[in-house]
Design a protein around this ligand. Structure first.
Ligand SMILES: [Zn+2]
Length: 398
């Protein structure tokens, strides 16, 4: 590829169910394996390094006469060559192929992401249509990516397909920095200029009350049947239904907020700074009513959507260790004390700020000190006042 654009490659592996008979696909996989072995044997027996042109000359016609399509043939001799080369460089023995597995070039399949079906062009003009068993979410991720190759294989009595996707990532150079602080009842974001001015502050409400309601139901049922809830079908069903509602509400919200956050980031050309949840151990990040797992799970979902949407728009999302970000003074680093509900104050330098907004300032500062070469001088000059109230923006929008 020209221009040295960085490319991301990812594989999507799924079960595949052939529509109708599996015979042709089996036949193809066996033929493919045998042809591959034949080419491996021949390459192994010559000690010269074979160029693409030479490989083509040696094997192309032979493979095509076996019923393979042009690109099947190219895949086979190129793959055989790479197998031999890696065996030789490891000082290993001649590769012996047992598995039923074939690499197929993009010219020999048609993938339909909407209906999650795949049509493979096989030997001797046969075709097979496969239904791909996967979730919508997994597939959605690859919309807008280019797929260029796949591997189909038979393993443990089932057919599997791994489709390779690629995408070039040309990250836009950020002009501003957006810090996102997640809490159970809100998500606060602040956009800063590279020279520490606060440009925009916004708070999204989360559907935590709805989630809480379902959670309380689950607890209530479990309390009522402390020993037996797992075993009584109706009771377990009720718990599962509330769990399902929690999942749906969270996904729905995460998608919406991911979209809104990244739209703003795009407008301001921001790099998005998120909290690294793996480093999160602070008590004040979790609500008393919730266990840590539920809270983290909810945050992860939101972050997943933000990162996904960011990638779609070629924006960068970076994770920063959030330790202390909602408890330390962004100006002098001392531990802050709560002076009013959700308002923190520094006893040493008298900094006062909304707790969530303070967290975004700290995230921003941490990002700058880690990633900017010139470092950061002082705190955000126009750090919001204690009563700065970012206009709430209901997550239910849209
Ligand atoms: Zn201070």
């Amino acid at each position: 590829m020209r221009g040295e654009e960085p490319v991301v490659v990812e594989a999507l592996k799924m079960r595949a169910l052939p529509e109708g008979s599996c015979d042709r696909l089996f036949e193809f996989l066996r033929l493919y394996r045998d042809a591959l072995q034949m080419v491996v044997n021949r390459i192994w027996s010559t000690s010269d390094k074979l160029s693409k042109k030479k490989l083509h000359k040696l094997f192309y016609n032979n493979l095509v006469s076996m019923g393979f399509r042009a690109h099947h043939a190219k895949e086979i001799y190129a793959y055989a060559e790479s197998l031999v080369e890696s065996a030789r460089s490891n000082g290993g023995r001649k590769p012996v192929l047992r598995r039923l597995s074939a690499r197929i070039d993009k010219y020999d399949y048609r993938l339909d992401l909407d209906s999650t079906t795949l049509t493979l062009k096989l030997h001797s003009d046969y075709k097979v249509r496969l239904r791909l068993i996967t979730s919508k979410e997994r597939v959605e991720k690859f919309r807008g990516w280019e797929n260029y190759e796949l591997v189909v294989k038979y393993e443990d009595g089932k057919f599997w397909v791994s489709i390779y996707f690629k995408k070039s990532v040309k990250s836009l150079k950020p002009k501003t920095i957006m810090a996102v602080d997640l809490n159970f009842d809100n998500a606060t974001l602040a956009i800063f200029t590279l020279d520490s001015r606060l440009l925009r502050l916004k708070r999204f409400k989360t559907p935590h009350r709805k989630i809480l309601t379902h959670r309380i139901w689950v607890e209530r049922i479990q309390k009522r049947y402390p020993k037996s809830w797992r075993f009584i079908k109706g009771v377990r069903g009720a718990i599962e239904r509330h769990g399902e509602r929690i999942r749906n509400i969270s996904w729905d919200y995460a998608h919406k907020i991911g979209d809104s956050v990244v739209e703003l980031a795009l407008k301001y050309h921001s790099v998005i700074v998120l909290e690294d949840l793996d480093e999160l151990r602070e008590n004040n990040k979790k609500s008393k009513r919730f266990n840590k797992e539920l809270t983290l799970w909810f945050y992860r979902r939101i972050q997943f959507c933000i990162e996904y949407e960011a990638r779609e728009r070629n924006l960068e999302a970076i994770k920063i260790n959030p330790k202390g970000t909602s408890s330390k003074c962004p100006r002098c680093g001392r531990k802050l004390a709560e002076c009013r509900h959700r308002v923190l104050r520094c006893k040493k330098c008298s900094f006062i700020g909304d707790r969530d907004v303070t967290a975004t300032i700290n995230l921003y500062r941490r990002y700058v000190s880690k990633y900017s070469r010139c470092g950061v001088s002082g705190v955000a000059l126009n750090a919001p006042k204690a009563d700065a109230d970012p206009r709430s923006n209901a997550g239910e929008r849209r």
